[in-house]
Design a protein. Structure first.
Length: 374
């Protein structure tokens, strides 16, 4: 097994097109690291540089302490699983899984042992004689994983391997990949644009935007303490609500104000948050505040216990989702989404009282979009 170290890694294409800039990270042995971000952010390019499929323009890449910038892909002791599976249609599952070993002139008995062992792990033993055309999407995905497993690589690289599957199968395969990582005890580096995949599978997540790493952190830390507005709104479903606001101080309390004209809403920040020196520096200045939909409450008990956080809202739309409802509301001319218990019956066009959990409010610099409160 192996660690992977990226020191100042960058990729620039002809025409001075920068795909990745100054990527620095130490990936520990047996970690499950996820690279996540919107299309074109540089995550797949980074993975391909680790694999050796893209030349590194600048920086140094180490696998297990060995500098591999100029080492061919076949000598890096890595295995890659692609988005389209890349199976040979004329070969059986067994032949697809064993092809790489045959190229390396692995003894026949050893090939059979490795393929049988991988097929058992992936529960595809009964598919070894079939060809890809006779397999479902999930089965093809398992074969692609099996082809990587038989090589016993130090590092697994997975480039959006679940994106071609339907929603139900993606959920199942996420769990299977987590189990596989636990069984193999190998370093996994996984690329996805789906933040749900990232949050549920990774030990650490790398959020990228425009070729630049925004934040590296474990999933819960990323959710609770985003370093900037982009990370805050990219991570979490439904997306974090944001609005322009200002901070003021009155009677030794710090207030957050947002909304239009005389209808502005004014809510007190808890002392532990409002009295932070970095927050006090923004008194009288414009900021951006954010609150997650789950931190806007409509239940009567919470409202009764936190009267200082209560405001009146207009209900614009209600989406029933079974146990929960997505409720879209308007407060002082600003639209918010809230996630509430579906037992709380709400109707479009009605007025309700809701409470903002001010302990969970995030505040960002309006110019740099960097966090002030985290």
């Amino acid at each position: 097994m192996a660690s992977v170290t990226l020191k100042g890694i960058g990729k620039t294409y002809p025409g001075n097109v920068v795909a990745v800039s100054d990527f620095n990270m130490d990936i520990e042995d047996k970690e499950f690291v996820i690279l996540v971000g919107p299309s074109g952010c540089g995550k797949s390019t980074t993975l391909r540089m680790i694999a050796g499929l893209e030349d590194i323009t600048e920086g140094s890449l180490y696998i297990d302490g060995r500098l591999v910038n100029d080492v061919p892909p076949k000598d890096r002791d890595i295995a890659m699983v692609f988005q389209n599976y890349a199976l040979y249609p004329h070969m059986t599952v067994f032949e697809n899984m064993s092809f790489g070993l045959k190229i390396r002139k692995t003894p026949r008995d050893e090939i059979r042992r490795r393929v049988t062992e991988a097929a058992k792990i992936l529960e595809i033993e009964n598919l070894l004689d079939r060809k890809p055309a006779a397999l479902s999407g999930g089965q093809r995905q398992r074969v692609a994983l099996g082809r990587a497993i038989v090589r016993n690589p130090k590092v697994f690289l997975l480039d959006e391997p679940l994106s071609n599957l339907d929603a139900k199968l993606r959920t199942t395969m996420r769990a299977e990949l987590e189990k596989l990582h636990a069984k193999l005890q190998t370093t996994f580096i996984y690329v996805t644009h789906d933040q749900t995949e990232a949050m549920t599978m990774g030990t650490r997540i790398v959020v990228m935007k425009g070729g630049i790493v925004q934040q590296i952190a474990p999933p819960q830390e990323l959710f609770d303490k985003p370093c900037n507005l982009f990370v805050a709104t990219f991570i979490g479903t439904p997306q974090m609500n944001t609005a322009n606001a200002s901070l003021s101080i009155s009677d030794s309390s710090v207030y957050l104000e947002f909304g239009e004209g005389e209808a502005r809403t004014r809510l007190p920040l808890p002392e532990w948050k409002g009295k932070k020196p970095e927050v006090l520096d923004y008194m009288g200045r414009e900021v951006i505040f954010g609150i997650r939909p789950n931190d806007i409450h409509a239940d009567s008990d919470y409202i009764a216990q936190h009267p200082e956080q209560v405001v009146e809202a207009n209900v614009e739309l209600v989406e029933l989702l079974g146990a929960e409802s997505n409720v879209f509301i308007n407060v002082s001319g600003v639209e918010f989404a809230a996630v509430v218990d579906s037992k709380i019956r709400l109707e479009s066009g009605s007025k309700i009282k809701i409470a903002f959990d001010m302990n969970a409010v995030h505040i960002f610099d309006a110019d740099t979009e960097k966090t002030i409160t985290n």
